[in-house]
Design a protein around this ligand. Structure first.
Ligand SMILES: C[S@@+](CC[C@H](N)C(=O)[O-])C[C@H]1O[C@@H](n2cnc3c(N)ncnc32)[C@H](O)[C@@H]1O
Length: 249
């Protein structure tokens, strides 16, 4: 519906509740587009009122909702695997927020964490965005001390830390099988190494998620996923959250 600013303000003051809601949404959308070329997520979605999820999310992100859709997607995917055996893993852990959601769904399972805890490894040429106004990653970005992550996940007895550069510590889990793996290292080489290692150790019905696939600041991660997807039988599914998902048959 086409709206003028004055018509919108009038509706905001005098319109029925449903109209006021639509106008508030429209004004927020316009303001976000004007201030930061940003999109506002559609409202009236049930998950936005999921108190249990929001409480857990705000433990890690009290001030922004930017990654809420991705965390919710992970929670739902892991929840769908209740009857599927196997360990879970995350490559690229940062403060442990996504691992926290994985562990909440499988509190008695074994969850493996792989991270340098020294931030990103040096980006390659293919990791540099070719778009102006998109920042590049630098080695050492996103470093979080291991002790902080240990504290964030202390309530889960099945958590196993494998600190180091990917893939150096992968051999420690070479004999394990996985039902869910979250890959979130932003760069080409560790994304490719993680896909190669964990795909062949995934159980039937297992799920691999690459968090960075659709992000313009992570062209190397997309390239690694596309290269890898060409070598397997299953399709790679690009979600509007920016994640890519592979369901192992
Ligand atoms: C975007 S953060 C992960 C965010 C986390 N998955 C979450 O959902 O909150 C990227 C992480 O990848 C780790 N990382 C990047 N390159 C790595 C490499 N080559 N080896 C090990 N860890 C790496 C960084 O230390 C950082 O913690």
């Amino acid at each position: 519906m086409k709206r003028s600013l004055s018509g919108s303000l009038l509706a905001l003051l005098l319109g029925p509740a449903s109209e006021r809601r639509l106008v508030r949404y429209w004004l927020g959308e316009r303001a976000a587009a004007w201030i930061g070329n940003c999109w506002v997520a559609e409202d009236l979605k049930a998950w936005q009122g999921d108190r249990e999820f929001l409480e857990a999310y705000r433990r890690f992100e009290p001030r922004n909702m930017r990654s809420a859709e991705r965390k919710f997607t992970v929670r739902e995917l892991v929840r769908s695997l209740a009857d599927v055996p196997g360990d879970t893993a995350e490559c690229g852990v940062y403060r442990g927020a996504t691992s926290y959601f994985i562990c909440r769904e499988r509190p008695h399972g074994t969850h493996h964490l792989f991270d340098s805890f020294q931030g990103l490894s040096p980006p390659l040429a293919c990791d540099l965005p070719d778009q102006p106004r998109v920042d590049s990653w630098r080695a050492g970005d996103l470093a979080i001390p291991l002790d902080e992550v240990r504290a964030n996940l202390a309530e889960f007895p099945g958590v196993r830390f494998h600190p180091g550069w990917i893939p150096d510590r992968f051999p420690e889990v070479a004999d394990r099988r996985f039902c869910f793996v979250h890959i979130d290292v932003d760069l080409y080489q560790p994304t490719l190494d993680s896909l190669r290692f964990f795909y062949e150790r995934s159980v039937p019905r297992g799920i691999l998620v690459c968090d960075d696939y659709g992000y313009l600041n992570c062209p190397g991660a997309k390239r690694a996923c596309d290269e890898f997807a060409r070598s397997i039988a299953e399709p790679l599914i690009h979600l509007p959250t920016g994640q890519a998902v592979i369901f192992k048959r």
